[in-house]
Design a protein around this ligand. Structure first.
Ligand SMILES: [Zn+2]
Length: 237
C-alpha cells in the first residue's frame, strides 16, 4: 500500500507532513535538542509514528491546533498529547477517550532548545483553537482559522462560534508584526499576514447576511458561502 503521506523539509529539523489526495491536511514536525514536537496527527489514514521515526529519533510529543477529527487521527500512537482544555469535551465526544491529553494554555512557551513556540489562544473555529508562534523565525503554525479563498473554513456545527472567531482574527492582526509567514493546516502551504484582514472582512460579510449560500451535503445541514477573501461552510442561515 502506498503511503498517504508526503514530506517537505523546509529547513533542518523542520518538516511538513502532508496527508491525503490534494493535501487533505498538513502536520508539522520540529526536531529540538532533546525532543521533537509534532503539530497535529491528521486523519489517521497511515502510520504517522513510523513516518516520524524516519525523520527523527528524539522522543515525540504532540501539540494540537484544535481537536477536530482531521487533526487527531493518529493520537493512539502517542503518549504525550497537548490540547487546549476548551476542546477536551469535543475531543472526548469524538474519540471516546481523553487518553494522553494534557492541557495547553495561552502564553505557554514550548522551548525545544533549537526554537521556541508561544501558544496563542484563538477560539472560534473550535472552543480551544490555538496557534504556535515562533517569534525568532517569524513564523506562525496557524491551524484552520486562516485560509484564503482557495480553501474553505468550516464554521458549522455545535462547536463553532463566529463572534469568538472574529475576535480571534482581530487578535491575530494585532500580532501580525511578529510573523512573516503562516503555515496553515489546509489549502496553501504558506500564507502571508495580509491574508488575515481579507479573511476577517469575509467573516464580517458572512455575518451581515448579504451573501447567498449554496446548499451542501445530502442532508443540507450547512451551506457554502463565498465571501470574497475566504469561503465558509456555515449553518446559521
Ligand atoms: Zn481541519
Amino acid at each position: 500500500m502506498s503511503s498517504p503521506y508526503n514530506v517537505i523539509t523546509v529547513s533542518e529539523g523542520f518538516h511538513v507532513i502532508e496527508e491525503g489526495v490534494n493535501v487533505g491536511v498538513r502536520m508539522y514536525l520540529f526536531e529540538g535538542a532533546e525532543r521533537a514536537m509534532l503539530v497535529d496527527t491528521g486523519f489517521g489514514s497511515g502510520d504517522l509514528l513510523a513516518l516520524c521515526r524516519t525523520l527523527t529519533q528524539k522522543p515525540i510529543f504532540v501539540v494540537h491546533t484544535h481537536g477536530d477529527g482531521d487533526h487527531v487521527g493518529c493520537n493512539g500512537s502517542f503518549d504525550e498529547i497537548y490540547l487546549h482544555p476548551a476542546d477536551f469535551a469535543m475531543y472526548t465526544a469524538y474519540k471516546g477517550s481523553s487518553r494522553g491529553l494534557r492541557p495547553l494554555y495561552e502564553g505557554d512557551i514550548i522551548d525545544l532548545g533549537t526554537r521556541r513556540f508561544e501558544v496563542l489562544y484563538l477560539p472560534g473555529h473550535t472552543p480551544g483553537n490555538v496557534a504556535f508562534l515562533d517569534r525568532e523565525n517569524r513564523l506562525l503554525i496557524s491551524g484552520d482559522p486562516v485560509q484564503p479563498a482557495s480553501g474553505v473554513i468550516y464554521m458549522f456545527g455545535q462547536w463553532r462560534n463566529m463572534d469568538a472567531y472574529i475576535c480571534s482574527l482581530e487578535k491575530l492582526i494585532g500580532l501580525s508584526d511578529s510573523f512573516a509567514v503562516l503555515y496553515p493546516s489546509h489549502s496553501e502551504l504558506t500564507l502571508t499576514p495580509d491574508v488575515i484582514p481579507q479573511v476577517l472582512e469575509a467573516a464580517r460579510l458572512l455575518l451581515s447576511g448579504r451573501v447567498e449560500g449554496i446548499d451542501m451535503g445530502a442532508e443540507k445541514k450547512y451551506r457554502l458561502f463565498k465571501c470574497g477573501g475566504a469561503n465558509f461552510y456555515y449553518d446559521k442561515y
